[in-house]
Design a protein around this ligand. Structure first.
Ligand code: ZN
Length: 223
């Protein structure tokens, strides 16, 4: 009898995969369907079972097998084919389903020790709750849609209107970066969320450029 796996155990929660390229490529590819549909179907000879799997995927990886590629202070000893083999574990279609890509450079010891003034978690939490409340209000009359990430194309068109300046930014991103159609809708949803976090009613050009910027790492790194 099929039993729920990690993607279903992560339903309505966070699934964190550390060292992403260490997973087998075929295991990672299996996540494409649940990432898209929020459910996973396991077919066995006698029975086929569908489990819910609407999870928030967070994943981390090094830039290369040794971890120092692009580091300003330490030398990377990996060869180009080694790096190529390493990053190719993550396929293009899987990358396209990940909305936010961020490079996190190593923190220098001095910076680690300096008392950096930063926002505390309670303030961030408050902002997230407010943004969620805005989304609850937005999708009040909708079925099966509770947050921006769940918007179907029809709702995206309704709730993610952008200005002419935004249209230009978007056109530029699609033609210059060669983003697929799927990325287009995902950028709009992320921009909608950035605007919600700021308490802005409309998606402004700055929200859109921030969302587009989160898609540029894969274009430079995986290219
Ligand atoms: Zn390396």
């Amino acid at each position: 009898m099929p039993r729920p796996g990690e993607v279903s155990l992560g339903h309505n929660g966070v699934l964190f995969l550390d060292e992403l390229p260490e997973f087998q490529r075929k295991v990672l590819e299996v996540m494409r369907q649940p990432l898209e549909d929020g459910m996973v179907t396991i077919a066995r000879a006698a029975v086929s079972v569908t489990f819910p799997s609407r999870f928030l995927l967070a994943a981390a990886m090094n830039p290369c097998p040794c971890g120092y590629f692009g580091d300003a202070t330490r030398e990377c000893h990996c060869t180009a084919p080694m790096i190529q083999r390493y990053v190719s574990k993550i396929s293009g279609p899987l990358l396209d389903r990940i909305d936010i890509h961020i490079e996190v450079p190593a923190v220098k010891y001095k910076e680690l020790r300096a008392p950096a003034p930063s926002e505390d978690s309670a303030a961030v939490r408050g902002r997230v709750i407010e943004a969620r409340e805005r989304q609850t209000e937005r999708f009040k009359g909708e079925k099966k849609t509770y947050c921006n990430a769940q918007m179907a194309s029809k709702l995206i068109r309704k709730c993610c209107g952008i200005s002419q300046e935004g249209e230009k930014l978007m056109e530029n991103a699609v033609t210059r970066l060669g983003l697929p159609a799927r990325a287009h809708d995902r950028i709009l949803k992320v921009a909608r969320t950035i605007a919600d976090l700021e308490g802005a009613w409309d998606i402004q050009a700055k929200h859109l450029s921030e969302a587009i910027q989160y898609r540029t790492l894969d274009r430079s790194y995986w290219a």
